[in-house]
Design a protein around this ligand. Structure first.
Ligand SMILES: Nc1ncnc2c1ncn2[C@@H]1O[C@H](COP(=O)(O)OP(=O)(O)O)[C@@H](O)[C@H]1O
Ligand SMILES: [Mg+2]
Length: 304
């Protein structure tokens, strides 16, 4: 039988109206029953899961299993990301903020744009060093646009057979074309290395080709966002398929110092000069944050 932990995850997903998450957990429960040799239980559970799909009338932003085209691949390959961050809270260079605000406005006025034969920009590429807000901005855009954000798990997309990967990508893009959401293709450089690189294995080449085709033809309802830490490793052809590419640069010392002070005040701690200095030199927001949080932990434990 499903473990209490499985069930708790399922209940949590349902409470959050996270249909993708719920379907993904339900699929895992079916699989584990099959692996244990409980065939009739697995059949019963799978039947129930798919019956949900055929009834799945859905409205507005609510996603149903039917909206996933009954595809357990979509459920397995997408992980829901929290969309609890305000774009205002993300520290961004002026030009980047201007563009992201413009993307949100274009989306909210998409009907007016379409009346004039125009479309909102919907395929974005964020590049720059790690820990500088690329994934965070994708989540914040979800909140600003009022739509869910999902990160693609490439391990679930890459299939064992020729053509399978392309089919999987088609299903994911089809999902993004029928459901307003943020589809995050995180750390694309792992896949989108320049084709022809002698180190590349054939399968990765195939993924890039399939991705190129999808990006070329896709008209997502929300946004498809690719991110890369190593933009120069990205295939030039892939680069051109995006409507907007934004660089998230290494933050200045001043930005890092202000950020460290902000995190310290959120955690309600006094920031020792030494920690502030180290955070200022951390080179990225994620590391600066870790230093301040470690200090907060230390102070709390010391005070206990
Ligand atoms: N620009 C930023 N503004 C505020 N916090 C940030 C910023 N960049 C990174 N952080 C902090 O570091 C964490 C990791 O950043 P992330 O967006 O995942 O980096 P990456 O650019 O590698 O995708 C975030 O969840 C957030 O807590
Ligand atoms: Mg990231």
């Amino acid at each position: 039988m499903a473990t209490t932990r499985n069930l708790a995850q399922l209940f949590r997903a349902l409470a959050d109206k996270d249909v993708i998450g719920a379907a993904s957990i339900a699929t895992q429960i079916c699989k584990s029953e099959e692996q244990k040799g409980h065939r009739s239980a697995a059949r019963l559970l799978r039947g129930a899961l798919h019956a949900n799909g055929t009834n799945g009338a859905h409205t507005g932003n609510e996603l149903s299993f039917a909206a996933m085209n009954g595809s357990s691949l979509v459920a397995a390959a997408l992980a829901r990301l929290p969309t609890d961050v305000d774009l205002k809270h993300v520290i961004l260079a002026t030009g980047v903020r201007r563009e992201l605000d413009a993307v949100v406005i274009e989306w909210s006025k998409r009907d007016s744009l379409r009346e004039h034969g125009l479309t909102p920009r919907s395929k974005l590429l964020f590049h720059g060093p790690p820990g500088c807000g690329k994934s965070l901005s994708a989540r914040a855009l979800g909140k600003a646009m009022g739509i869910p954000a999902y990160v693609v798990r490439f391990d679930a997309v890459i299939g064992a057979y020729l053509g399978q990967t392309a089919l999987h990508l088609r299903q994911l893009f089809n999902f993004a074309e029928t459901n307003p959401c943020i589809l995050l293709l995180d750390e694309l450089d792992a896949l989108g290395k320049r084709r022809g690189n002698p180190l590349d294995v054939g399968e990765l080449d195939r993924v890039v080709v399939a991705l190129l085709q999808e990006l070329e033809h896709s008209r997502p309802q929300g946004l498809v966002i690719g991110t890369s830490n190593l933009a120069k490793h990205l295939d030039d052809a892939l680069w051109r398929r995006f409507d907007l590419t934004l660089e998230f640069k290494t933050p200045s010392h001043t930005a890092l110092s202000e950020f460290a002070k902000r995190v310290a005040s959120e955690k309600q701690i006094k920031l020792p000069a030494m920690v502030l200095r180290r955070a200022t030199q951390a080179g990225n927001f994620a590391d600066a944050e870790s230093l301040v949080v470690a200090e907060a932990r230390r102070q709390v434990l010391k005070g206990l």
